[in-house]
Design a protein around this ligand. Sequence first.
Ligand code: C2E
Ligand code: CA
Ligand code: CA
Length: 759
Amino acid sequence: MRLAVSCVFGAFVVALTVTAVIAAKSDKPIGPTLRRLQVGLLIPLIGNMIIIMSGRYFYSLAGYYVYFIGMDIAVYRVLIFTMEYCELNWPIKNLKYFVWGLIAIDGIQYALNPWLHHSFTLQAIKAYGYNYYLNVTYAGQNYHRIICYGIFTIALLLSIYKLVKSPKIYRERYLVMTVTMIMSCLMETFYIFSRTPMDISMTAFGTFGLLAFYQSLYYRPLKVLDRMLGNIASELNESLFFYDVSGKCIWANEPALELTSITNEDYEAAHENVTGIFGDVKGSGESWAVKKTYDDGSSRFYNLEYRLMNDDKGKFTGSFLRIRDNTEEQMEIQREIHDATHDKLTGLYIKEYLYEQIGKTLRSEPGVRYYVIFVDVNNFKIVNDVFGTKFGDLALKKISEWLQRISSPNCVYGRIAGDTFGALMPVDEFDEKYIDECLSNFDVKDGNKEHRLIIHCGIIEVTDHDMDVSVLFDRAHLAISKVKDDYNVHIAYYDDSVRNNVLREQMIASQLNEAIETRQIVPYLQPIVDSSGRVLGAEALARWIHPTEGFMSPAEFIPVFERNGMIADVDLHIWKCSCEILKRWQDKGVDMFISINISPKDFYFMDVPFELINLVNEYGIKPKRLRIEITETALMDDVDNRMKDISRLRSAGFVIEMDDFGSGYSSLNMLQDMPVDVLKIDMGFLRKAEVSQKAEMIIYNIIAMAKDLEIASLTEGVESQYQFEQLSRMGCKLFQGYHFSKPIPIEEFERYCDLKEAS
Ligand code: C2E
Ligand code: CA
Ligand code: CA
């Protein structure tokens, strides 16, 4: 019997030593405390073992001392461990020091026992046939028991407290510990009261140590894990299906059941439904995307993933299916792509994306004949200025809607810039007659505002499908230059003549400086007369006597220089020439004026009033001799600044004439605010009016109105004696036109005046 008990004790000593070493090496936070617990338990266990095994008085006595003092340490360690295990602190402040004090007193009283014998003595007995020393207890030993029980009871109460307070799923963790503690306690008590010959209660404490070791380092609350994983899986917004080894669906989370419209927990049915929706989910590979379109036309996007699961040894343990609804993400991505590639106002492709898409289409359809179409609104700036940007936006939207209407799915179209659009259209889908019809009455209406847009389409047939799309559009744009000023022709094709024009323009532009220096460009003068036919002055009109091209009209070269910005050089040159003439006349005592033309573009390239004031000062001529012709269009570009420029010129003494009156937009409104001195009415635009009576009425009214505003009127384009007489009768004061003379060289003009003078 003694041997058997010794073996058990030995086993505990070994086990506790090993666990102490493992605990010391553990990197878990509870490791050090656990190690101290194991060591703390080892001491009384060894003491207890010595008592049982020795059978001699002296060894037994030593064993008892080790046992009792060790017990103090052990219960203290149990208390400390329990607190850490239960994540609790000392229930009462300074209790720790109190406990230490009690233990210290116990140590002192044992130290005095060999002399006082107040704690215990030994009594030899025979147990199971061997010598055994039983302890006979006195008052001191009772003190020892009280503090041991006291400390142990605190630990036990803490453990029970934690057991009761914890959520159900965590109780297991505390239950095991609490039960072992009660067991140890009962065993000890049993020994004390039963007076059995051998004290083996330390084995219960040993068991406690081993359990504590296991619980602290190895125990994983599977139930808790299980529950946690279950919760996480259910709260995911992904649908999950789990399959066992045989392929049977053993579990599906909430979203999965919802997705498959299953209300009970029939997982097999859920699997059947998911197959119904997505097809063979187990045979489609690891992960794939699916787009589902529903009956109501809405679409949803899903990401599916099917994976096999293996255990540590690579043995197949089952599989799972994940389905993620990523519709929102997809929508967001598509929205972003759409915003980056589409124009906000019209919803059409932006230029870069349009060119890209056209390039792609051309390369993917090498056999199809295509037109590239450039759509341009004439004078869109004026639409914006006169009717407001809201109206302008509406006009652009109407154009984009029209483009959409005439385009089939084989076309690609978009907005290139402000008022220009572009399209790629198969040649055999292009209905020229229909498009021309649409463009000839393109009306935009917003409340009481209504305006007919003048829209031009430049077209080029794509002969090389690899050609740079921007070059194609540049050429289609150029084609429009052929018809830009013709409001009745809306469609123009790019051909060699356009190309040659471009080359010619480049040639003209390259020769300008030389032409000015060598005086190839000169002003011709066209007389301006009063109602008696007397010449009062002239309009200076530019002519280019080109050494190889011959005589060039300004209609040919002025627009070129207006486009490339060199117009300011031409005008400045003509103004200088005009000043030279005026200076000569002034010196001769001839009292005539010269009207010069100002291009709308001049204002972009120079400070027009500054230049003109400089010129008259330089030549020493009176500003009123130099009359200034400005068109409405020039004024419209930037009304506020033009108004300032005109005021500056007028206060410097210049006479301002409004040129081409009546051919623009809001002539009459304009007059109210614009401080001009002379209205130049162009007969040219009235010549078109079918009924000459109507033309007469209009002119009559303009002249009358000008008179009311105290503005003189000048009619240009007078071609017959009849017109001259009519206009005189209507009250017109000044006249210009072929009826009197064409624009002629200066010498000829001077001779013409002398002739007049003479006659
Ligand atoms: P504009 O200022 O309206 O000039 C009047 C145009 O009408 C001139 O054409 C003139 O030759 C023409 N004309 C005069 N009387 C008659 C007539 O009885 N019947 C007809 N059918 N036509 C008549 P031109 O000289 O070819 O000038 C064309 C336009 O070129 C001018 O129109 C003006 O806008 C511009 N221009 C001419 N010279 C210059 C210049 O030095 N600088 C600028 N910026 N523009 C100029
Ligand atoms: Ca003019
Ligand atoms: Ca004119």
